[in-house]
Structures are given as structure tokens and as C-alpha cells.
Design a protein. Sequence first.
Length: 435
Amino acid sequence: MISRYTRPEMAAIWEAQTRFKIWFEIEAHAADALAELGVIPKEAAKTVWAKARDVIFDVARIDEIERETKHDVIAFLTHLAEIVGPEARFVHQGMTSSDVLDTCLNVQLTRAADLLIDDVDKVLKALKKRAFEHKMTPTIGRSHGIHAEPVTFGLKLAYAYAEFTRARERLVAARKEIATCAISGAVGTFAQIDPRVEEHVAKAMGLVPEPISTQVIPRDRHAMYFATLGVTASSVERLATEIRHLQRTEVLEAEEFFSEGQKGSSAMPHKRNPVLSENLTGLSRMVRAYVTPAMENVVLWHERDISHSSAERMIAPDATVTLDFALNRLAGLIDKLLIYPENMMKNLDRLGGLIHSQRLLIALTQKGASREDAYRLVQRNAMPVWRGEGDFQTLLKKDAEVKKYLSDAEISEQFDLGYHLKHVDTIFKRVFGEA
């Protein structure tokens, strides 16, 4: 985790103290269940809670023990025994390290998902607000980066709103899929521990029992989780890239907020650069980079190995922290985005009416021209305008062959901007509902 791109709420989930606290809760809840089953004394389970519930674990001491034992869970259990005393011998009975590690990781990923879902809600709120603000603000739609036909800026934002609505649904599904618990012992057979212990721990930790585990929770769950983060990051980058293009000097239809005292360049005082959008592009690439290791972690030897462990220690905090930061930055960017309707109109008019070419094509075919002839006539008049040689409507009205099919009034009718926007309300109702 890099502090520059880290928010404290998400970082706290991955702190060592948090991890050890979760480890303790897993062990203590398991002890409760074992006590209820008569496997260990009830007083021992009570002592574990009483002596360690509110303890701040000594991370340095655990690290010191691990340097000798070369085993993180044993190091923790040794430190826990120093705190609890003789009753600590009843902790971890019938369990294996992965019961603690995997259940803890899924608790952390579930908590991270909750924050990410809240982050997406912030993005959705900002997008909805600005979409309705510019619902009918005309702008040019582009395909291949080239002027196509008119849209509205509100539609651009509505498209993003629909995309992030899907992202939210995926995150909710990913949270559900990752929220499992395994307390099944070595190789997952429950030979040394009753399945009821797993059920108790799962309920206490807000999880559900893994239907079948080996010595680890199946990593296809984790692969889907990180893949969902990767897709969400791609949606972040798509919107960020749109803003970067719209802020180009030749376009300047929208622009990132530029605060008082902000500087755009160390060399050129006039610069106002889309630095937030470019930053989001880079962060999105990093989140997607964590997907491949998660996919490769699915393939483990037999009932378990630890080839996944080192990768997960990095990708779990880094991917969630980075996406959390990116989503919050995106929400702020959209909320403060500077939008220039006047420049949008200038760009709409830039091609001298060529953006209405399809309407002319259709009008000619409806008046009896073959599609091939109609296309030829429209293109014949469009190309000079493309080269900056005249106005499209004027040229069409001078074309005798076009006039065989369309009167001047009928030609003018095809240049109505409002025609392209007549179904904006319908689209908005599909995206945002009747409200």
C-alpha cells in the first residue's frame, strides 16, 4: 500500500493489528463452540475472551517469535499464550493454520467490499446529479474519435451511471461469494473438529460455512472477487479517458476543476492538465494487474500448497486500497467537473451540418431514391464540406439531382437538432427509473 493512494478506512482493514484481532476472534469463537460441545472446559473459553478480548497485540513480539518459528500463526498463538496463560492450550484444537488465515482473509475482503460498494454509491450519486443537470445539453457523439451524430452530455453521464450500477451489482455478488468460512482442520475432513464449530464461527464472523474445502477455501472465489475489482477499474478508466479527451484544447467540452493556487506545469504557467483522470487511468491499470495472480492462485497442488499465499498478501490490500482511492477520486472529479455547453455547440457546428447526413440519406430513400444513389448524393455534397469548402445544407439545395427528391423546406427539416434528442426522456427513464 502506498500512502499517496490510500484512504485510512480501507487501510485499517489490512493493518497487522486488525488481522491479529480477527485471528483472535476466530480462535475465541471456535473455543466457545468447542466448550459447548464439551471438548474443552467452558471456563477455559471464558478465560480466553476475558484476558485477550481488549488486548492490543504486540506486533513486534509476534514478528520476533516468527523469526524463530518461521510460522506466522504459531507465532501469534505463542504470543496469545503469553497473554492468556495455561488455558491457551485449549485454543486452536483440531484446527489448522488455513482455518484461521482463510477465514480471516475472507472477513477482510468482505469488509473491503462493503467500503467499495459505498464508494460506488458515491460515484452513482455524483453521476446522477450531473446527468440530470445536463440531460438536454446537446453535444456531439463521436465514433472512432470522429464527429458522428448529436447526443446530450446527460446521456454520456447516464451511460456511465448504468455501467456503475452494474459494477455495484457485481460487487454485491462478489461480496456474497467471498463471505465463506472454513474451520475444517487438516485437509478439510473435520476429522479433528466438529463441523458445528465451523457453523458457530461462521455465524459469529458474519460468514457462511464453506460447503466443502480442502485445507483451504477454494480460490475460484477469490479469483472472481478480484476479477470484479478489475472490471470495476476498467469502468473507472473508461470514464476517466472520456474526460481526458473532452479536456483536450481542441475540444474543451469538459474540464477537471482547477482550484485556486493549483499549478499545471512547472515550465508553462498556462497549463491546466487532466491530472486526476490520468491518475485514475494509471490506478485502474494496477487494479487489473492484480487479477492475473488471483486467477493463477486457483491452481493449487492436491489439498493445498502456499503458492497463493505470497501473492494474496500483496494483491488483497493493494487491489482494494487502490480501487477504493480511485472510486472516491472519481466521485469528486464528476461532482466538480467543469462543463462547457457553449463549446459543445461550437463543436456541433464545426462540420457545417454534416452531422445530419444520415437524416438526408433516409429522407432521399423515403422519396424514392435507391439507397446507393442516396448515399452517393449525400456523400458527394458532404466531402467538400469536410474539406472546408462550403456549407452542407447550401450545397444540397444547389444540387439538381437532390432537388428531384427533396424541396428546400424538406432539406432544411433534416437539420433539426431536436430530432436527435426526442428519446432522451425514454433513455433516462430506463436508466434512472420514473423518478
